[in-house]
Design a protein around this ligand. Structure first.
Ligand SMILES: Cc1cc2nc3c(=O)[nH]c(=O)nc-3n(C[C@H](O)[C@H](O)[C@H](O)COP(=O)(O)O)c2cc1C
Ligand code: SF4
Length: 493
């Protein structure tokens, strides 16, 4: 279930007038733009979207190739390949770039996009690190396998029951008691993290510095990201996007909730330190002639989290350091996520912050369309005032040419990201450019696709996944009911 604001307002997708081919040709949206050492043919951008199509070992599959080929056929200025793990560790059917053995598959992906876009689309890859998140355990399993009984638990039990025997009863008895204890009692006996592990599943944080592998993240992250970026370069990508957004390791360093006391937490300057060190190591490795961008949050939208003032600071620091583009997102955190079902892991797009990341038409007074733009504009003003011209990408509910063009005309962003609209209709860009906007299959912003992502099913769009199922040569989802890529556009230009 997706989170919705209280007293929701249901929006229609915006009415719009599509441009003629001539108007499109003279629009800012379809003008080229430099980012770092390269040029995009237009200011249109497909941000990262995980389609759940890699092998369990993290390799590129035919389904991945089909997915990116289909986006490339629409010839957007750039596509960012989904969040791809920088480490060589099992992570389910998500792409990985943590070892050289992943390079050949990624190279094929690059070639596929180059051919399908006729060389018109630049291809970046988003590289990500994440910490451990375990599935929500059965209550009995939690107490049998994961829970570590200590003196504090015994003392709490003694206090609550007024019975000192808990202090020395044998462990099996205590665990058996806790296993059947009501939630209210457990609330008083277990600490906050234990309650979270029981009800949501164990989740590491960057502040768990008592764990050596968390304490040493500042030592290992720069090299791991640099290795991954170099592999991206060797595979032929036009650049890398460092994933410093949403619920993952680097975003957690930037977070105002990062209270590490080793110089990498606390003040904004300290929180941005590791992200900058990672950038510098990546840059050293790939050289100045290679595009290195970053995705980060304008606002975490969680209690105690970072807000726009932090994002403005980070944006300026990232520009100063030499990042070639700044792609802005919002929310998508674990902290306010809904409780998962037993056997499932918590999903960071189920709470309010998740809503802000992928807003739907059931919204508040502001509405879902372009709701991040004022924040992007604020970061852009600060970056530009500090003397940098690093392009900023605005994404989030941008659904029409008129909207996109107005954002660019008002100089609120430099490039426009269209995620779900591109999924709904990968030919969107071509159609609008050709003056055939009325043929666009328009996203309804109701998040069927996000629901599939949430349950780790292959992502498709409800507007086309049951259409023309008898078409020759198409591939199907695991349940055999949905086609995996959008049908061809009959009226191709
Ligand atoms: C199915 C799906 C998967 C996504 N995966 C990623 C991802 O891997 N990395 C990322 O930064 N954002 C991811 N996003 C967020 C999008 O890039 C984008 O920021 C968001 O959908 C809002 O833009 P839109 O309104 O144009 O869809 C994903 C979104 C969807 C719908
Ligand atoms: S399923 Fe399709 S129409 Fe619905 S939100 Fe996703 S992309 Fe848009």
């Amino acid at each position: 279930m997706t989170w919705h604001p209280q007293n929701p307002v249901r929006y229609q997708i915006p009415e719009t007038r599509w441009p003629t081919a001539k108007e499109a040709a003279s629009s800012l949206l379809f003008q080229p733009i430099h980012i770092g050492p390269i040029e995009l043919e237009s200011r249109t951008w497909v941000p990262a979207m995980v389609p759940w199509r890699a092998t369990e070992d993290g390799f590129v599959t035919r389904d991945n190739l089909d997915w990116y080929r289909r986006f490339a056929e629409g010839q957007p200025g750039a596509i960012v390949v989904e969040a791809t793990g920088v480490r060589d560790i099992p992570s389910g059917p998500l792409l990985r770039i943590g070892h050289d053995r992943f390079i050949p598959g990624l190279r094929e992906l690059v070639e596929t996009v180059r051919q399908a876009s006729l060389g018109r689309t630049r291809l970046f890859i988003q590289i990500i690190d994440f910490l451990t998140v375990k599935r929500r355990p059965e209550k009995s399993k939690f107490f049998e396998r994961f829970f570590k009984l200590n003196r504090n638990h015994r003392e709490a039990l003694t206090q609550i029951t007024d019975d000192e025997s808990w202090l020395h009863r044998n462990e099996t008895d205590v665990l058996a008691f806790l296993k059947d204890a009501p939630a209210e009692l457990l609330d008083q006996v277990l600490d906050e993290r234990e309650i979270e592990s029981l009800r949501f599943g164990y989740r590491e944080r960057v502040t768990d510095t008592h764990l050596p592998h968390i304490r040493n993240l500042p030592e290992v992250m720069p090299e791991i990201f640099a290795d991954a970026a170099e592999r991206a370069q060797r595979a032929g990508f036009d650049g890398v996007e460092l994933h410093y957004a949403h619920a993952y390791t680097m975003a957690s360093f930037l977070s105002a909730r990062n209270t590490r006391e080793d110089g990498y937490g606390g003040t904004r300057e300290n929180r941005v330190r590791l992200p900058l060190e990672v950038y510098r190591r990546v840059r050293e490795r790939v050289g100045h002639d290679y595009t290195v961008g970053v995705r980060f949050l304008a606002d975490e939208v969680i209690a105690g989290g970072s807000h726009i003032e932090d994002a403005v600071h980070f944006g300026v620091e990232f520009a100063r350091a030499g990042f070639d583009f700044l792609s802005i997102s919002k929310g998508g955190k674990f902290e306010d996520a809904k409780q998962p079902k037993v056997g499932w892991a918590v999903y960071p797009y189920t709470g309010r912050s998740g809503y802000e990341c992928m807003p739907t038409v059931i919204s508040d007074a502001v509405g879902p369309f372009g709701r991040n733009v004022p924040l992007v504009a604020q970061i852009k003003r600060a970056v530009n005032s500090a003397g940098f011209s690093t392009p900023l990408i605005a994404t989030g509910g941008i659904a029409t040419f008129e909207q996109a063009e107005a954002i660019l005309q008002r100089n609120e962003a430099d490039i426009i990201g269209f995620a779900r609209q591109a999924l709904a209709d990968p030919d969107w860009f071509l159609k609008v450019k050709a003056g055939r906007g009325q043929e666009v299959r328009r996203c309804t912003y109701t998040n069927y696709c996000e629901g599939l992502d949430q349950t780790h099913k292959q992502v498709t769009c409800k507007l086309w996944d049951r259409v023309d199922l008898d078409e020759e040569g198409i591939t199907f989802s695991e349940d055999g009911r949905r086609r995996l890529v959008a049908p061809r556009w009959e009226g191709e230009v």
